[in-house]
Design a protein around this ligand. Sequence first.
Ligand code: NAD
Length: 341
Amino acid sequence: MKPITENQKTKIAFFSTQSYDKIFFEKYNSDFNFALTFLEAQLNSKTVALLQGETVICVFVNDIVDAAVIELLAKKNIKIIALRCAGFNNVDLDAAKKFGIHVCRVPSYSPEAVAEHAMAMILTLNRKTHKAYNRVREQNFSLNGLLGFDLHGKTIGVIGTGNIGKAFAKIVKGFGCNILAYDINIDPEMQKEGVVFTDLSAIFKQAEIISLHCPLNEQTKHLIDKEALSMMKNNVMIINTSRGALINTSDIIDTLKDGKVGYLGIDVYEQEEKLFFRDLSDNIIQDDEIQRLMSFPNVLVTAHQAFFTNEALTQIALTTLGNIESLLSKNDIDNKLALLA
Ligand code: NAD
């Protein structure tokens, strides 16, 4: 990569910065030589005021990049909004286009990172290793309550067979599961590997485990609601590593209470932007739904960590900085999936 000369250094402001963002972006910026400012604040209409002459901002999954914020960013002369993630449901792309601001993302960094976390959630919920870990530390070597089931031979429903869904299907195939899949685009390569593409209701009715890997948009919001849950097998396991609002939270709480859903693993949560990526251990949590979810013995919540591997963070930093350089030098990005506006 050709470094941009010192006197032309492009200034990039990072919102929602965590210590690991700083470590990885500073490390890989040595190839790019941008001027990086790391802000802990989440981007919203108030925090736009923190910008100090930057022309590029770098944001993450819970930053608010709606039309009102974009209008304020345009007034601050922001030219590029670089998402350091794959999902872009938090960005109003029409508003960005209206104000002539480029939006780019990291379409694929480590699909395996997310797929492997989905499998980790399945194994934990099934074999209850989180409970066993605590139990043996108390010198309780009893097995009562730890009964699991073989994954081999079970039917797994994969909703969304893009990069992550595909990686997840490969993993579960290795466990000897039957795979049903639903996507708006059927993947012939996956069909050759034995994945059966079908409709959503067939997945809801037949799968013992359902894992969500589609993006959040108008079609997929509350994909898992009261009606979908009513079609599912008793004791079904639902895994969501995609976006929280794919599941209607109050509907799933009702279904967990009546015992129909056997297991729920969520790495994402509908109202996560007020909670995740923060240490709130000394706070009173006002969100009653997350508190209710965490009170079920058969619910596993992780705080949006599926992407969190060394390989993924490396790729995120390199691709994000590469996207910005490409937009600055030729107003375009070779990987068309990376350029959203
Ligand atoms: P991708 O674009 O490669 O795949 C998405 C797939 O969903 C595509 O095959 C697409 O055709 C399909 N799809 C679109 N609309 C659909 C619909 N209405 N019904 C069914 N399928 C539909 O994306 P990906 O890299 O596989 O990522 C999937 C999602 O995972 C992202 O949108 C993001 O929300 C989430 N994600 C979460 C984490 C995490 O840390 N938890 C990390 C990365 C991505």
